[in-house]
Design a protein. Structure first.
Length: 168
């Protein structure tokens, strides 16, 4: 996690983030996720700032990569604070690359399938809507008809024949 100076505009922040991603993407590293959380209030002042722009970098690399990334963050005034956390000591870069590529391909195929189904739904929306509405109305009426009347005490418990009480 990196907390970037809040006064940086989007145009000034992009080169900083590109620098961090290029450092991580060197031959021995792999950037898994870059998630910009946005500006948030800090729990305490850091370098006389009460707000900060939070960025989460999930990456895989060796100790030399972590050392170089932290060195660059220490020297750069745009970063207010950073924290590096080791999630898995035995992470395999090649396996993570394969999983990441498979996830991207799966999203692409799912996106294409979603677009095709959305196009099919757009062709026949009136018939589908007309058929669904009476069913939904009849289900609501059945639920109202089957609701017990009275004080509602018997709604939470059932008494089996053996005399024990079960809470549902």
């Amino acid at each position: 996690i990196v907390i970037v100076h809040p006064s940086l505009s989007q145009e000034d922040r992009q080169p900083f983030l590109e620098k961090m991603t290029s450092l991580v993407s060197e031959p021995e590293g792999l950037l898994l996720k870059l998630d910009e959380w946005g500006q948030k209030k800090l729990a305490y002042e850091i370098k006389k700032q009460t707000r900060g722009y939070y960025v989460l970098l999930e990456y895989c690399g060796d100790g030399a990569l972590v050392k170089e990334l932290e060195r660059n963050l220490r020297l750069d005034d745009r970063a207010l604070k950073y924290m590096t956390v080791c999630i898995d000591k035995d992470a395999d870069v090649d396996r993570l690359k394969a999983e990441l590529e498979a996830a991207v391909q799966q999203e692409e195929t799912a996106g294409a399938d979603h677009q095709q189904s959305a196009a099919a739904d757009a062709v026949q929306p009136a018939e589908g809507e007309a058929a669904e509405k009476p069913e939904a109305a009849s289900e609501e009426n059945q639920a109202e008809d089957s609701a017990p009347e009275g004080d509602g005490k018997d709604m939470d418990t059932e008494e089996p024949e053996d005399g024990s009480v079960q809470i549902v």
